[in-house]
Design a protein around this ligand. Structure first.
Ligand SMILES: *Cc1c(COP(=O)(O)O)cnc(C)c1O
Length: 230
């Protein structure tokens, strides 16, 4: 039975190796530990091993965990990476630091209106359905530019970049294709005037290397850190 500390060390080593292969600085990519379905004590263990940023998919589960770890709140960064319904935006605006899965302007407008003035702007990414799967949420690539311009104008949000969950593929070459498409999309947005976009949230346990080779700045890693989800 491997500990969270040793698994975290393995993931960090994978990440550094991928950065070296990509010719990028080893600190160019932030590790987001995806703690969905894991108990608060697993987050506490990862924190003790030095991890600071955690990703959650389910709003209520996340709120319970954030409350259980209130003593660490100032040291932790909480990212919502799952889908977000309109009736949950207020609690999300109050509790999280980042939201990765913005897929319509309406949700962004609600978060903007509900983000407490006492907190820093909410950091957000637009989710893109980069593999064009019918079942997946996310904006179609052609819709992204208009939504990005509108979200970037909301004062209580800070649009940081794009997020995607590509269709799984077996080898690194195939995995790189959708990651490359997301990078090209953010490059076009920057050329179109959104110069502040600095975040590509892509890469999970199975495709971390491909994502880093194509320019990921946040990788979202669950099972490789915490083990299989029950
Ligand atoms: C669960 C999840 C992850 C982590 O996946 P692993 O394969 O466990 O690393 C990353 N991103 C999103 C959006 C997820 O839902």
């Amino acid at each position: 039975m491997q500990t969270i500390t040793s698994r975290l060390g393995c993931v960090q080593a994978r990440l550094e190796q991928a950065c070296r292969e990509a010719g990028r600085p080893v600190d160019a990519v932030q590790l987001l530990a995806v703690s969905k379905t894991q108990p608060a004590e697993a987050v506490r263990a990862a924190h003790a091993a030095g991890q600071r940023a955690f990703g959650e998919n389910y709003v209520q589960e996340a709120l319970d965990k954030i409350a259980a770890l209130a003593d660490l709140r100032s040291q932790l960064e909480w990212h919502l990476i799952g889908p977000l319904q309109g009736n949950k935006t207020r609690v999300v605006a109050e509790a999280f630091d980042w939201v990765h899965g913005i897929d319509r302007l309406k949700i962004a407008e609600r978060l903007n209106a509900q983000r407490p003035a006492t907190l820093a702007p909410l950091q957000v990414c637009l989710q893109v359905n980069i593999s064009g799967e019918a079942s997946k949420s996310g904006l179609a690539p052609a819709e992204v530019a208009d939504v990005a311009r509108a979200v970037a104008a909301l004062p209580r949000l800070r649009l940081r970049g794009l997020m995607a969950i590509p269709e799984p593929a077996d080898d690194v070459a195939a995995q790189r294709v959708p990651h490359r498409a997301l990078r090209e999309l953010i490059e076009r947005l920057r050329e179109g005037g959104l110069h502040g976009l600095d975040t590509l949230s892509m890469g999970m346990s199975a495709d971390l290397e491909a994502a880093v080779l194509e320019g990921a700045t946040i990788v979202r890693i669950g099972t490789a850190i915490f083990g299989a989800r029950g």
